[in-house]
Design a protein around this ligand. Structure first.
Ligand code: TXA
Ligand code: MG
Length: 335
């Protein structure tokens, strides 16, 4: 676990324009000084991410948000009071000084105040607590997000061998899937819009706001996590309803297919299988680590038993649907 010295050293590297991988309560981030366009450009090069995709700016508790956002509507205040620090990102109108590299050329900015103690300590140390760290998830573009320091090293190599100047170890990320994102830039016309579901659920947000969240439309700000084929392992993934699982597994085995299985209900006879939690938070916590492990298992496909289609499973189901974006095609080829 990163100690105070490692955190101080990381803050100095970031102030010098270097890239540092940081733990957060959701997933690990690939951080750079958000006020330094060259440093932000290095994030996009390292990830292989298109430069018109915006990145989230991470701020310390008590940071002055007027440096980043040109206005803070009442809805933002309410959500910040209820959920920060924590796994919630707010999309707000950007302040004029935010580099275009951060916003992907849009007129909004994503702000998040992470609760992970190492991330908070780093943000307090970095530029005296008033800086911002631009940080997308610390994975190559389109791949599964990392939830341990080792995952980050697996993606980018050890510090010095690749694009990273340092990796701060904060243990395994608690939440395990990326933050909930709410767009507050079109309150007058659309109301608050849920751009990405996560641990903080639509129900919790609606309770605080006292109104319903809208679903994204075509005019919604771009979110790269909303592309199909995002969060995908290299091994093809098929998402199968519980009732069909036994039959599909039987047919795959009859064809000699090597299957890795993530199930959450009944035990199965598949050797490479993991039993997932029946609780959505527990499931999310272990999801990406298990997808990575299954991806390394040398299987022809990863079969995932579909969890319940219920509100509290929205974040998990969203990530599974993207990981299994070609579910029908995969089964067509392998059955
Ligand atoms: O939990 C998280 O949010 C993690 C940790 C590291 O904080 N970060 C993360 O970043 O997931 P990333 O870049 O992988 O996903 C952030 C999403 C992207 O889909 C991006 O397009 C969207 O947030 N985003 C950032 N700024 C935005 C903006 N101004 N307008 C719309 N979407 C924005
Ligand atoms: Mg990402």
């Amino acid at each position: 676990m990163a100690d105070a010295n490692a955190i101080r050293a990381a803050a100095r590297l970031l102030e010098a324009g270097k890239l540092v991988a940081i733990p957060t309560e959701t997933v690990y981030g690939l951080a750079a000084d958000a006020s330094n366009p060259d440093a932000v450009a290095a994030i996009f090069r390292a990830k292989g991410r298109p430069s018109n995709h915006p990145v989230i700016v991470h701020v310390a508790r008590d940071a002055d948000l007027s440096r980043w956002a040109s206005e803070l509507p009442d809805e933002a205040r309410q959500l910040i009071d209820a959920f920060w620090p924590g796994p919630l990102t707010l999309i707000l109108p950007r302040a004029a000084s935010v580099p275009a590299a951060v916003t992907g050329g849009q007129d909004s900015v994503g702000l998040r105040c992470p609760s992970h103690p190492v991330a908070q300590a780093l943000l307090q140390e970095f530029r005296g607590g008033q800086g911002g760290l631009a940080a997308p998830s610390a994975n190559r573009f389109g791949r599964v997000s990392p939830t341990t320091a080792q995952h980050v090293v697996d993606e980018f190599g050890a510090p010095g061998d690749g694009p990273l100047a340092a990796v701060l170890d904060g243990g395994q990320s608690d939440v395990g899937i990326e933050s909930t994102i709410v767009d507050l830039t079109r309150l007058a016309t659309r109301g608050p819009v849920l751009l990405r579901p996560g641990r903080i659920s639509a129900i919790q947000l609606e309770r605080v706001l006292g109104r319903a969240l809208a679903a994204p439309d075509t005019a919604a700000p771009r979110v790269s996590g909303s592309l199909d084929a995002h969060y995908a392992p290299l091994t093809p993934v098929a998402l199968i309803a519980s009732g069909e699982l036994a039959g599909v597994l039987e047919r795959l085995q009859a064809k000699g297919r090597r299957v890795a299985l993530m199930h959450y209900s009944a035990p199965t006879g598949v050797p490479a299988s993991v039993q997932m939690s029946t609780d959505p938070d527990g499931y999310a916590h272990a999801l990406y680590a298990n997808l990575r492990a299954m991806d390394a298992a040398g299987a022809d496909l990863i079969v995932v038993e579909q969890p319940p289609q219920e509100a509290h499973w929205q974040g998990v189901n969203d990530r599974l649907r993207r990981a299994a974006f070609d579910s029908a095609g995969v089964l067509d080829r392998l059955l």
